[in-house]
Ligand binder design. Structure first.
Ligand code: KIV
Ligand code: ZN
Length: 501
């Protein structure tokens, strides 16, 4: 295959490395929904899962292989023949299949993870690539912890796996350790010292432990890499992976002589979708897609911005899918207008149950005068975000709080057609509400994370609540929204506990 030398391939691993975040697991249907959006976004490769790790992951790779036509579908394996057999099987319906196999390359991993030697690890790497090549043509090899590996040994490994048939060589900074110059120099070292390097694409896969993932990835492509592995919102284990939206916008904004296939206008939509489905809020100051990314508040900035937008804005918000026309609908808007705006936000009109959505829309529009894009996305997330349709529902909530009172809450919960009611006290309205729910559900849970974010502006705004609830040694993440923060909190708590009940 002839590659455009200036094209940077975007390899999205939201559904594999991103999904490894505890509590963020998605079911197969949710993964298909995200994968379809990734296809519209223009990613070149979708890493769909690690098939040997669970039957659910295997099935997701199978279903994504059937549903996705344009991008390559990639499945991860260790350098173990059994893993490769299962990955090859999971990819049997893929139009463009890729197996991603690999092994540790740093002395640390070789000694303390594999209790092995450089020579034996090299043999396993070559064997894995040759074996994978018997199933599919497109083989990516990862040299895990390459960020801390000895460059000469890394070059030897890369040369050997390319000779064995690898089409892409991934140089992960698994622990997010490298400095940008150091990582760029590593890529350049491989370009200069690996004889057959022109027969493969070098890929960068950077973690964000020191906040350097984007800088390292860009340094990698400046030095000759042509594939970036990244996730939407930079989601991923620990401090996360390289954020797709950041690297794509760096390439678009700077004149590096490089380009991607990414349609950046989809960023706001897909970022919200991944955040809601994975129950991972986006920090307000997050580059490109954070709520404050284009908000100018200081007097000096506002003045300069109003005189000439580019004084303080290097990206046009519309280029990342932000709609400058904020207020779009009110309680007087009809079904047709609602459907039109949902389509504009990327929803498939065939799949919208407009009567049901319209009813929820009217309830919200009664509570909040002007409905914005963010409100609509939240409204829709009611249907899309939860795979759990059964379980507890709140049918009544009344709280008393304020200076003169100890907070107390009365809650009615419905489950399987039965209603139960309880009143409890707490150190505030949310605490009282959760205590009342706990007295009805009788489960030994611990609330370990609680975030409230307003969607937009104004005291009538919709709030999003994310909660992490620990139960039986596992974490469950819940999401809720409402114009009432106590109700949003109760919904988030129920969303989490419905997952294990
Ligand atoms: O960070 C890493 O090294 C990885 C590999 C499995 C590609 O995710
Ligand atoms: Zn990784």
């Amino acid at each position: 295959m002839i590659h455009d030398p200036n094209k940077v391939y975007i390899f999205d691993t939201t559904l594999r490395d991103g999904e490894q975040v505890p509590g963020c697991q998605l079911d197969t249907n949710q993964k298909i929904e995200i994968a379809k959006e990734l296809e519209l976004l223009g990613v070149d490769i979708i890493e769909a899962g690690f098939p040997i790790s669970s039957p659910g992951d295997f099935q997701s790779v199978v279903e994504l292989s059937k549903a996705i036509k344009e991008p390559t579908i990639c499945a991860l394996t260790r350098a173990i023949r059994g893993d490769i057999d299962v990955a090859a099987d999971s990819l049997k319906y893929a139009k463009h299949p890729r197996i991603h196999t690999g092994i540790g390359a740093s002395d640390m991993h070789i000694k303390y993870k594999f209790n092995s030697t450089r020579e034996k690890i090299l043999e396993r790497a070559v064997d894995a690539v040759k074996y994978a090549k018997t199933f599919v043509e497109d083989i990516e090899f990862y040299a895990e912890d390459a960020g801390r590996a000895d460059n000469a040994y890394l070059a030897q490994m890369v040369e050997a796996v390319i000779a064995a048939g690898a089409t892409v060589v991934n140089i992960p900074d698994t622990n997010g350790y490298c400095l940008p110059d150091e990582y760029g120099a590593k890529i350049k070292y491989l370009k200069d010292h690996v004889k057959n390097i022109d027969q493969a694409i070098i890929s960068v896969h950077c973690h964000n432990d020191l906040g350097l993932a984007t800088a390292n990835s860009i340094s990698g492509i400046i030095n000759g890499a042509r594939q970036i592995e990244c996730t939407i919102n930079g989601i991923g284990e620990r401090a996360g992976n390289t954020a797709l939206e950041e690297v794509a916008m760096v390439i678009k904004t700077h004149n590096l002589g490089l380009h991607t296939n990414i349609n950046s206008k989809q960023f706001t939509y897909i970022s919200g979708m991944v955040s809601r489905m994975m129950r991972m809020p986006v920090q307000p100051n997050k580059a490109i897609i954070g709520k404050n990314a284009f908000a100018h508040s200081s007097g000096i900035h506002q003045d300069g911005f109003l005189k000439h937008r580019e004084n303080y804005e290097i990206i046009n918000p519309e280029d990342v899918g932000l709609n400058s026309a904020d207020i779009i609908l009110t309680a007087r808007s009809g079904r047709h207008a609602l459907k039109h705006h949902l389509q504009r936000l990327g929803y498939d009109s065939e799949k919208i149950h407009i009567d049901e959505v319209y009813e929820r829309f009217l309830t919200l529009a009664d509570e909040k005068l002007d409905i914005t894009d963010d409100d609509l996305l939240s409204l829709m997330s009611n249907g899309e975000a939860s795979s759990i349709k059964n379980g507890y529902n709140i049918s009544y909530l009344q709280v008393i709080c304020g200076d003169e009172n100890i907070a107390s809450a009365t809650v009615k919960l419905e489950v399987d057609g039965k209603t139960t009611e309880a009143t409890a006290k707490g150190n505030g309205p949310v605490d009282a509400t959760i205590n009342a729910i706990k007295s009805l559900t009788n489960e030994d849970t611990k609330l370990t994370e609680f975030t409230i974010q307003s969607m937009h502006k104004g005291s009538d705004d919709v709030s999003k609540v994310n909660m992490r609830v620990d139960y039986g040694g596992k974490s469950f993440i819940g999401y809720g929204f409402s114009t009432d923060i106590v109700k949003a909190s109760a919904n988030a708590y129920l969303d989490a506990i419905n997952k294990f009940l």
